[in-house]
Design a protein around this ligand. Sequence first.
Ligand code: AMP
Ligand code: MN
Ligand code: MN
Length: 320
Amino acid sequence: MNNISEVLEQVKTMAISGHIRPDGDCVGSCMALYLYIKEWYPDIQVDIYLDHPKPVFGHIDRIDEIKTEAEGKKEYDLFVTCDVSAKERIAPAGEYFESAKKTVCIDHHISNPGFADINYIRGDISSASEVLYGLLDKEKVNRSVAASIYTGMAHDTGVFQYSSTTPETMCIAGELMKTGFNFSRIIDESFYQKTYIQNQVMGRVLAESIMLQNGKCIVGYMKKKDMDFYGVDGKDLDGIVSQLRLTQGVEVALFLYETESQIFKVSMRSNGKVDVSRIAVFFGGGGHTRAAGCDLRGSMYDVVNNITAQIEKQLQEQED
Ligand code: AMP
Ligand code: MN
Ligand code: MN
């Protein structure tokens, strides 16, 4: 596939969806495609399904049109996923993926097996939003579409800072900026800004974090009862693992929080030596070499022990 128009021929109904617990890249890429179709293909009846996006994405046009639940039986001509690494992670309209006449996957996870009829997966590109941009007609990327793509790119590159950021990423960001949206506001309000409670929780996790493996690994955690105490959910914990990763000397940062009793959502970030995607895939998750995640069952100590054993193994392999 070179251009999204190739898969739109004969299409009358279309659904777009992303992954569970959608992040900025997921919301940005899905909304950008939705806005593009709405603007340039008005004859296509398009729906967008996303799992309760955070209010910080309120600056994206038409964000209120997102459907957060499937609505009975439907058979779309086309179902497109953006930023989804595996079929099981489509949320919330996975059933429509199954019933669709044609499916397309636009993604950038190296762990992606290619689960759709047509797969456009670029593991070398920092965000699904940037991958999507490559499939659009440049002159059709208006201000609304550009702001949404920019949001996704900024989020998955840590504001154009991670090593996945390329000269091409910056050129595209520059092209998008020309459309005239308020880029500083997007970055401030959707990426850096925290509520008072979110800052308090981050402070607590950092204060209680532990160093393992001679300071090469740092672990932060939050138990369900503490999340309930502060009244926070997973969305409020964004950015904590990134802060842990910045600790001097650390190769891998782990952050886990309890989604249900003894079930943990694990986030991993690497500074380069350890491929955390390999570890995530080993435990049934996925991601990228420097940012990956998985969901694990057991006590917190089991989870930490199991994961750190894999980190240790990779660090050992390199010393041998
Ligand atoms: P997170 O730590 O949740 O920010 O996720 C980091 C990266 O890993 C993202 O690109 C996610 O899409 C991916 N990821 C996280 N959890 C999982 C999972 N359980 N299965 C597959 N991919 C995951
Ligand atoms: Mn994502
Ligand atoms: Mn992404």
